[in-house]
Design a protein around this ligand. Structure first.
Ligand SMILES: *Cc1c(COP(=O)(O)O)cnc(C)c1O
Length: 437
């Protein structure tokens, strides 16, 4: 369709990887206007953990809309919000002995991150926050300062301040414990690293290339925070809501962050929704001090409540995610052994898995060919060199297998052609040509 080239900004990104016009979606399937069916292993970049148009949530949503329930409510107390809070408290917080306040922020992940950082600075009366290499926390200025990627940082057009970046788990190789370095620079009054208000961390880095931190590394981070009187912010926007196998990605790590950000799959339906959780003693906001018109997406409250009720009332869903995650891990490692020639690697958790192809060009050739064969899958990482598996957690076993089969075939084809020094391979008919940057 011409209109996208005519008046939609050059800033488009995913649309470039998947240059079709889509018009329908259900569960793990997406359809384009020509009737082609795709298996969706992108799932709204981790926003559709329960699949597209999940029928259970859709029923609740339609009922609510039909009854003229509140759609927009600023931060007014509404039935829908009260029901969400009750369910979230009973099914998520209480069973985990988590004593947290809930703040409704503007509906994007970046909004939640900005809120968390602002609150941490306000509590500790210190300016800086420590983030980690390859971290991704959004692209508004405050959040962007804590995001590693130069491509994104470059868009700021001004200094990104108030954040010091330190090495994430594994950044210096498997043998080096980067928490020792962190503790050292915080202990040494001459290190040049200012005493921060908070440390912000993803337990598994999503956009940074599907890198899971070890439990002991995360536990050390918490210890260091306590030792140096620093707040711990876990950004669970992508890793949370079941992606790693548990509702919070740190459920089995044994840490208690001071502040937690959530968004992406929180509404369950792809509706914009974000919250920040913090320990009650940190609730030092003055009324209305932090604000936002769209803090009350009541449609999202309805679907989020349905998601928690349906999937998180017991541990069956969690077990399913872990089982499927194990299958993905096994398949991915077999693929790596067979085609990676010692170069490829994987480092995810649960159904948050990736294949590090080392080369962005190679990863892109593989995902393009996979798309041609009916699998929608994206890359992430510094050079877009990691193939990122983000299929809905609700995917059937059969489709999970089929998606990985398509990817494996693509890897086999691309690796064979690369080996044959057949550099100018054209995998695509005209329609599929994507303009190279
Ligand atoms: C996507 C993401 C964000 C930003 O969320 P937006 O809704 O795009 O602003 C922040 N942190 C993490 C870990 C994310 O994956």
């Amino acid at each position: 369709m011409k209109i996208f080239e005519e008046i939609e900004s050059e800033v488009q990104s995913y649309a470039r990887s998947f240059p079709r016009v889509f018009n329908k979606a259900q569960g793990e399937y997406l359809y384009d206007t020509e009737g082609n069916q795709y298996l969706d292993f992108l799932a709204g970049a981790g926003t559709l953990n329960y699949g597209h148009n999940n029928p259970i949530f859709k029923k609740e949503l339609l009922k609510y809309i039909e009854s003229d329930g509140i759609t927009h409510g600023l931060d007014l107390h509404t039935n829908a919000k009260g029901n969400f809070l009750n369910t979230f408290n009973d099914k998520i917080l209480k069973p985990r002995n988590m004593d947290y306040m809930v703040q409704f922020t503007g509906p994007t992940g970046a909004n939640a991150v900005e809120t968390a950082m602002k609150l941490a600075r306000k509590i500790k009366q210190r300016e800086t926050i420590i983030s980690f290499t390859n971290g991704y926390h959004g692209v508004t200025l405050g959040a962007l300062a804590s995001t590693g990627n130069q491509h994104h940082r470059g868009g700021a057009g001004m200094l990104l301040t108030g954040v010091d970046t330190l090495p994430y788990d594994g950044y210096m190789g498997d043998d080096i414990d980067t928490t020792a370095y962190l503790d050292k620079v915080l202990t040494d009054s001459s290190s040049g690293v200012d005493h921060p208000a908070a440390i912000i961390v993803e337990t598994v880095q999503g956009e940074g290339g599907i890198t899971a931190a070890s439990f002991s590394w995360l536990q050390n981070i918490e210890k260091i925070c306590k030792k140096h009187d620093i707040l711990l912010i876990v950004d669970d926007i992508q890793a949370g809501c079941g992606r790693t196998g548990t509702f919070f990605s740190f459920d089995e790590v044994g840490i208690q962050p001071d502040i937690i950000t959530m968004s992406k799959s929180l509404s369950g339906y792809g509706l914009p929704f974000a919250i920040v959780l913090f320990k009650p003693e940190h609730d030092i906001w003055k009324p209305g001090e932090h604000n936002g018109t769209f803090r009350g997406n009541n449609l999202a409250f309805v679907t989020a409540e349905a998601a928690i009720n349906h999937y998180w009332s017991d541990d069956l869903f969690s077990k399913e995610v872990k089982r499927k995650g194990k299958y993905m891990y096994d398949r991915i490692n077999k693929i790596i052994d067979q085609y990676g020639e010692g170069n490829f690697s994987s480092r995810g958790r649960g159904m948050f898995q990736g294949i590090n192809c080392v080369s962005g060009e190679l990863a892109s050739k593989i995902t393009k060919l996979a798309f041609k064969n009916g699998l929608m899958i994206e890359t992430s990482g510094a050079d877009d060199h990691v193939i990122k598996f983000l299929c809905p957690l609700t995917i059937s076993d059969q489709n999970l297998k089929r998606g990985i089969d398509i990817l494996e075939d693509a890897i086999e084809t691309v690796c064979a052609k690369v080996k044959n020094f057949d550099e100018e391979v054209d995998y695509f008919d005209e329609n599929y040509e994507v303009e190279e940057e």
